[in-house]
Design a protein around this ligand. Structure first.
Ligand code: DAH
Length: 354
């Protein structure tokens, strides 16, 4: 191609080649490109001069200018590739390494919303003097039901559609009926066994129920159990603890109310509601509280004396209160998630929003 260039064009090409071999950066190469192929550059000048030429020379002159442009583009590409190869070779030697260069931020993981809320609540309860406990997810019938005042034939068992574990062969022992815990209340029994009163504990964790799954029911969800045992505890202490907890979460005073509720392991048992913290003005009503201005916070109550006794705690001396926060529900309220299935679904499109 170059051989067909006129002497004048060959001269331009050689001048460009000399500059390109002296170039040490992409910036240098871009400058050469501008000088030859850019607006007001050499090629543009040649093209602009065409109308002044005799008609029979115009065609050759036009083609020549275009060939020069292509030839320069080709030699700049070649030189760019050489410079890149040099840069890579130099980087390998470690010379010319610039630690101050910014690099694109790597994609980062983040905490699952259930984990963030659990940690936040753990911090709050720890600051209130509670210990955080853990318990097994595969649990004995006796901890999940019997010792919480729910014997085998008790109708309350119907509220918990239970996943039973099959234990076969020599291991089989009817006193060892195993299940996936249906609530975190079973860890109340473990706490009473292991700790001497007075004590305060919270137990976050996964629980399992054989539910038909829909937007508000999951077979696997999260709860946070609370249990306090000490001398002289009353319903007043339970309300006080819940109000302190709410004040810590929402950084202001939140009104609460108790409604009667039945759970075999507490007496009296309650449903505790909180004045909806999401309403624009307290009591105004909003979508979250379905315009009632109250949201159900947790079932709770005074530990049944029989439950204390079953775990060897002197129920003449000690009383206790317990509460069962629906952790999954709190996460949904906090992030306005309208379908519980998102929480355990593992969908990256959902998770990457947190
Ligand atoms: N464990 C109960 C459930 O999952 C909830 C519950 C009710 C927990 C009353 C408590 C309580 O600690 O006092 O249905």
């Amino acid at each position: 191609m170059e051989s067909t260039l006129s002497p004048e064009l060959t001269e331009h090409l050689e001048a460009a080649r000399a500059r390109a071999s002296a170039a040490t950066s992409n910036e240098d190469l871009r400058a050469i490109d501008r000088d030859y192929a850019g607006k007001g550059g050499v090629v543009a000048g040649l093209l602009a001069a065409i109308p002044t030429l005799p008609p029979e020379e115009r065609r050759d002159a036009g083609q020549g200018a275009n060939r020069l442009k292509q030839a320069i583009a080709a030699l700049l590409d070649e030189r760019r590739a050489e410079l890149e190869a040099d840069a890579i070779a130099e980087a390998r030697t470690g010379k010319g390494f610039d630690p101050s260069l910014s690099i694109p931020a790597p994609a980062r993981g983040s905490l699952h919303p259930v984990t963030s809320v659990t940690r936040e609540l753990e911090d709050i309860f720890t600051s209130m003097g509670y210990k955080v406990l853990d318990g097994p997810e595969v649990e004995l019938d006796s901890y999940n039901f019997e010792r919480l005042n729910i014997p085998a034939d008790h109708p309350a068992r119907d509220m918990h559609d239970t996943f039973w574990c099959e234990v076969t062969g020599a291991e089989r022992d009817s006193r060892m009926d195993l299940l996936l815990r249906t609530h975190t209340s079973c860890v109340q029994v473990r706490a009473m066994e292991e700790l001497a009163p007075p004590f305060r504990v919270v137990v976050p964790g996964r629980v399992f129920r054989q539910e038909s799954v829909d937007a508000s029911h999951e077979h696997t969800f999260h709860q946070m159990e609370g249990l306090v045992v000490a001398e002289g505890l009353t319903v007043g202490h339970l309300i006080g603890a819940m109000k302190t907890f709410l004040r810590e979460v929402f950084r202001r005073e939140i009104e609460v109310r108790l409604r009667p509720g039945y759970f075999p392991f507490v007496e009296p048992g309650f449903e505790l509601d909180a004045r909806c913290p999401f309403c624009p003005k307290p009591g105004a009503g909003c979508k979250v509280c379905k315009h009632t201005s109250w949201v159900e916070l947790c079932p709770c109550g005074m530990v049944h004396p029989a439950v204390l006794a079953k775990s060897g705690i002197d129920n003449e001396k000690y009383t206790g209160f317990a509460f069962g926060l629906g952790l999954s529900r709190l996460v949904m309220l906090r992030y306005q998630i309208d379908d519980i299935r998102h929480l355990m679904g593992g969908d990256q499109r959902f998770l990457s929003q947190f």
